[in-house]
Design a protein around this ligand. Structure first.
Ligand SMILES: [Zn+2]
Length: 248
């Protein structure tokens, strides 16, 4: 009875406020959510499935030890699919973050990616940016993942003191310096730290050079015996699938 009422209310809301596809902007049909069926078919998914040696994981090789890393899709700024990220970050659409988080978790459900993960930590935004946007988009993604996996979100252990200024014109090493010291731990990293001996899943939206998430992970890695896995919505740039035979 309750679910019938819920469905009726949902249909009423859809009729009064029709939803549109975040990619092609066509009106969504019944049963579609955020992205229409045609655009969903054409999403530039990486299909990494958290396989060891995938391009996101390789970004961290020799820099910080991580257990596993996965990116759900590719990101190319001048394509129609970039509208998904723009909608999440700039068009006040936290719900699409939750939707993506759910999709990402479902895609990995038949892998062992989520095994032994104790908690999810979204990469934090600086307070001012979060106030302006109204939400932290990485946390929305984390909420979607939590809904599917049941893994709790822990976001009180790390803060961001400032947002890195636009990185688009910087070289990789400049980006690294640009994000140095932007994160701080709220508790001293000791054997008594609540995250000591835990395996955390760090969540970000788009990873370009990995400088931001690396700065965040490096700091968290000062907590004794902490294990880190990484999951992001998208990886920018041109990356193929699978394990390379040689380093690029
Ligand atoms: Zn569409």
């Amino acid at each position: 009875m309750f679910s019938t009422l819920k469905l009726a209310l949902k249909n009423l809301r859809m009729a009064l406020f029709p939803q549109h596809c975040a990619v092609c902007e066509r009106r969504l049909a019944a049963g579609e959510s955020h992205i229409c069926a045609a655009c969903t078919m054409n999403l530039p998914l990486t299909h990494y499935k958290a396989e060891p040696g995938n391009p996101l994981e390789r970004m961290f090789w020799g820099k910080i030890p991580i257990v596993s890393a996965n990116a759900y899709m590719h990101y190319h700024p001048n394509t129609r699919n970039a509208a998904i990220i723009k909608s999440l970050k700039y068009h006040n659409n936290p719900e699409i973050g939750i939707y993506l988080g759910r999709s990402m978790a479902k895609e990995l459900a038949d892998t062992d990616f989520f095994n032994n993960i104790d908690c999810i930590i979204p990469v934090p935004l600086a307070k001012k940016r979060e106030r302006q946007r109204g939400y932290n988009q990485a946390k929305c993604v984390a909420q979607g993942i939590q809904q599917i996996t049941g893994i709790p979100i822990t976001d009180q252990h790390i803060r961001r003191s400032r947002n890195n200024p636009s990185q688009t014109t910087l070289q990789a090493h400049e980006r690294q310096q640009n994000v140095a010291n932007i994160f701080t731990l709220t508790t001293i990293p000791s054997l008594q730290h609540p995250l000591c001996n835990k395996h955390i899943l760090l969540i970000d939206d788009v990873v370009t050079t990995g400088a931001t998430i690396m700065a965040c992970a490096e700091l968290l890695a000062t907590i004794p015996n902490l294990k880190i896995s990484i999951l992001c919505i998208a990886i920018a740039g041109h990356h193929g699938k699978g394990v390379p035979t040689t380093e690029e």
